[in-house]
Write a protein that binds this ligand. Sequence first.
Ligand code: ADP
Ligand code: MG
Length: 145
Amino acid sequence: MTRIYETFSPEETRALGKSLGLKASPGDIVCLNGDLGTGKTVLTKGFAEGLDIQDDVVSPTFTIIREYTDGRLPLYHFDVYRIGDIDEMDELGYEEYFFGEGVTLIEWSNLIAELIPNRALRILIEKDPAKGDDYRKITIRQPEG
Ligand code: ADP
Ligand code: MG
């Protein structure tokens, strides 16, 4: 099933993330793709809010993973933009996260496509210059079954 949303401000994207976070279950995997600056981290902040996480969510670009454990479920926030080699994911022990009891959210997941389980929720965020700086088209694809 594919749903398409349009947002016109960071707050709206954050609210969409929050609605997803509210519904999240243990073991969920959420993939976030889209160019730099489209709003993957903004959506993640909302998602964390939906999980009742109070800690400030900051982009894990240089650490690849940040873990938040003060919410309803643990949140494992990956940003794999700077991953050099897929073996780095093994070194990080990614399986403990992907197949753990928390919720995994991965910015730039397409860079590690072969590691993503089929059951993952896929989110793509796109700009459209014709519709203004703050416009975003957000496509959410849920696998069948
Ligand atoms: P990414 O993680 O995809 O690189 P960020 O979430 O860090 O992007 O940044 C998105 C930027 O775009 C922020 O500066 C945010 O204020 C801005 N922005 C403008 N309009 C929107 C929108 N509709 N949704 C999300 N972010 C938006
Ligand atoms: Mg980001």
